[in-house]
Design a protein around this ligand. Structure first.
Ligand code: DOR
Ligand code: ZN
Length: 354
């Protein structure tokens, strides 16, 4: 049995870091283990201009703990009227690594997102021409669509026409949750379509949200799906297929905002994501493929080199705290908080000082 596994340092290709005190609190959990992260732009107001992204990147870099080597990769929040030249300039100047498309109303802070794909055709033309990737929150916002079907409907109504109309556009289907999404990505052989997968969608099915009561800390978007989908995600993630790579979608919300009559969507998994992925790969008998998923496939898709240094995971029980404290007395509940997970990152990062 493998008890110690050393892989190239992983990257997180889908991450929410927020800003201010929350940024300072959550960032060390990522920067201690990951070399790079694709940082989501859904702040309020959204990160939609080159100048906003440059300033946000500077705030992130200023919050990286001494001794961590971490590179945030910035994304542009796509609005109906984003000028293509803003994207082009941000890309040329090395500020924007990619563009994030939220269908308007699909999720947290998506109200400035895209209301109609026709409106962003000029931006997509430009991105296709300059090789700038599009990152998709792939859920239909049609209120008539069942919440558990939103991803599958998006694939048919939005993704397929997009892939047809922009045949050279690089696209990442973020946080895939269904067998249908896995199949769409697998059936593309052009090399321009990839997908990220979160730890929660690999470890849990939708029953987790309703076990002996309602469990708001299992609520994220896209919502957890039924078991057959989870099994399909495990299959593609652990297969070594280069089109699938690690993206945690770690999305911190203060505990009180989740434990509420109208709780926020998002799971703060940065502290336990790697232990969770290792658990999944171990259970699938595929620990030897963890490095491809976590550290190689993502850089390859984005045309970057893998990280030079390494990260070691140890099979040893890790008690996960129930809370991560925020300045001022609030707290965030981490994914798997209050339980013991079978893997840990070595050396363990000391708890953030607060
Ligand atoms: O659960 C989610 N939380 N899904 C998203 O798409 C956004 C994220 C957030 O920013 O909280
Ligand atoms: Zn996200």
């Amino acid at each position: 049995m493998t008890d110690l596994i050393t892989i190239r340092r992983p990257d997180d290709w889908h991450l929410h870091l927020r800003d201010g005190d929350v940024l300072a609190t959550v960032l060390p959990y990522t920067s201690g283990s990951f070399g790079r992260a694709m940082v989501m732009p859904n702040l309020q107001p959204p990160v939609a201009t080159v100048e906003a992204a440059r300033a946000y990147r500077a705030r992130i870099l200023a919050a990286v703990p001494a001794g961590d080597r971490f590179m945030p990769l910035m994304t542009a929040y796509l609005c109906d009227h984003t000028p293509p030249d803003e994207l082009r300039r941000g890309h040329e100047e090395g500020v924007f690594s990619a563009v994030k498309l939220y269908p308007s109303g699909a999720t947290t802070h998506s109200e400035f997102g895209v209301t109609d794909m026709a409106k962003v055709a000029p931006a997509l033309e430009c991105m296709q021409a300059i090789g700038m990737p599009l990152l998709l929150h792939g859920e239909s916002t049609d209120p008539a669509v069942d919440v558990f079907d939103r991803e599958a409907v998006f694939l048919e109504r939005t993704l397929q026409p997009l892939l047809r109309d922009f045949p050279a556009l690089k696209v990442v289907l973020e946080h895939i949750t269904t067998e249908e999404a896995a199949q769409v990505v697998r059936s593309d052989h052009s090399g321009r379509l990839g997908a990220t997968i979160t730890p929660q969608h690999l470890l849990f099915n939708r029953n987790a949200i309703f076990t002996q009561g309602i469990r708001p800390h299992f609520y994220c978007l896209p919502i957890l799906k039924r078991e057959r989908h989870r099994l399909a995600l495990i299959q593609v993630a652990t297969s070594g297929d280069a089109r699938f790579f690690l993206g945690t979608d770690s999305a911190p919300h203060a505990r009180a905002l989740k434990e509420s009559a109208c709780g926020c969507a998002g799971i703060f998994n940065a502290p336990t994501a790697l232990a969770a992925y290792a658990t999944v790969f171990d259970q699938a008998g595929a620990l030897d493929r963890l490095e491809a998923f976590a550290s190689l496939n993502g850089p390859r898709f984005y045309g970057l080199s893998p990280n030079e240094d390494t990260l070691t995971l140890l099979r040893a029980p890790q008690a996960v705290p129930d809370n991560v404290a925020l300045p001022g007395g609030a707290a965030i509940h981490p994914f798997l908080g209050g339980s013991t997970v079978p893997w840990q990152v070595r050396p363990a990062r000391p708890a953030a000082p607060h």
